[in-house]
Ligand binder design. Structure first.
Ligand SMILES: [Zn+2]
Length: 321
């Protein structure tokens, strides 16, 4: 059952206390009732509002442990407001905007919160695209002049896949790729598109061989065509121009290469849910994924490191809150 607030008033009424927020997280995390993370026990009682103590092994489980909210010293109410704000803005939020609206003391905190939320914007087991899918690359940042075609050092290369949906666009996938070699592009296609689908690309060599990987590969050869790229693959071109506008507009282009993958995740999250009738549904999806997303220490976020096993015998750094 998808139970979420439909509008701001419902949101305010529903999440006016930390207790209400915690209760909601419990429902999302244990939809079939509590399960002790240590022994699998199903009976528990509350301790100091914050913990659930397992009746069998007496392990004290916190609903926020192992999620992006782990170890936060700020009220959950504030986190919920941050998520509502981020998902209710059509173009998302900047760190400065979030800092102002929540009254956070530090810009760094707002910045780190947004990055934690972005990490929750990609579902670990999401479905691949299917049907007919356009695939192409686009180049972001470092507006160097005189760089021709695909030879570039400082620009970031983004691989784009967009499903055809009639004349419109279905779902998309984006990835920051190191180069446009067939290795990089094949891995992107295999991770993003279901085998058996039709993949449309231009005549770049990096795409040849997709047939052998189980795709129906259709090539639009630009060189000998009188038509332009945006006519041959209108969807990926539309997506890349929206992406560029978003990065220049909401984020003033100030994104480093290390952090770029997370911004691409946020753009994809929004884009694939752009037709949701209620913004509350985005809030719900984000929260649902937030309780499944591993905590990210500040030091990892700062360096743009994808979560992995925690380093041994090293103290975790915290951002000022
Ligand atoms: Zn237990």
């Amino acid at each position: 059952m998808e139970d979420y607030p439909r509008n701001l008033l419902e949101f305010e009424e529903r999440f006016s206390s930390d207790e209400a927020c915690r209760e909601y997280l419990c429902q999302l995390r244990w939809p079939d009732g509590f399960r002790c993370p240590r022994c699998g026990g199903r009976r528990a009682w509350r301790v100091r509002d914050v913990y659930l103590e397992c009746a069998d092994c007496h392990h004290q489980a916190s609903v926020t442990a192992g999620t992006i909210f782990q170890d936060t010293r700020k009220p959950l109410r504030l986190w919920f407001r941050a998520m509502w704000y981020v998902t209710s803005q059509k173009n998302g939020a900047s760190a400065l905007g979030l800092q102002r609206i929540l009254g956070l003391g530090s810009y760094v905190t707002a910045w780190a919160w947004l990055h934690r939320l972005r990490r929750a914007m990609v579902r670990p087991s999401r479905d691949r695209l299917r049907g007919t899918v356009e695939v192409d690359e686009t180049y972001l940042g470092g507006l160097e002049e005189g760089v021709v075609g695909r030879q570039t050092e400082r620009k970031a290369i983004i691989a784009v896949a967009a499903e055809e949906d009639g004349k419109g666009i279905g779902r998309i996938r984006l990835r920051h790729v190191p180069d446009v070699s067939s290795f990089s592009l094949h891995v992107f296609v295999q991770d993003s598109v279901e085998p058996g689908s039709v993949v449309r690309t231009d005549g770049w060599d990096g795409y040849s061989g997709l047939d052998q990987l189980g795709y129906k590969h259709k090539v639009s050869l630009l060189r000998h065509s009188k038509r332009r790229a945006h006519e041959l693959m209108p969807r990926v071109h539309r997506v890349s121009s929206l992406l560029k506008r978003w990065i220049l507009g909401t984020h003033q282009g100030g994104i480093s290469h290390e952090h770029l993958p997370y911004y691409l995740d946020e753009f994809t999250f929004r884009f694939n849910r752009r037709s949701s009738q209620f913004r509350g549904k985005l809030f719900y999806r984000l929260l649902e994924q937030a309780v499944l997303t591993d905590p990210a220490p500040y030091a990892q976020i700062r360096k743009g490191i994808r979560p992995g096993p925690p380093p041994r015998r090293r103290r975790r750094r915290r951002e000022p809150e």
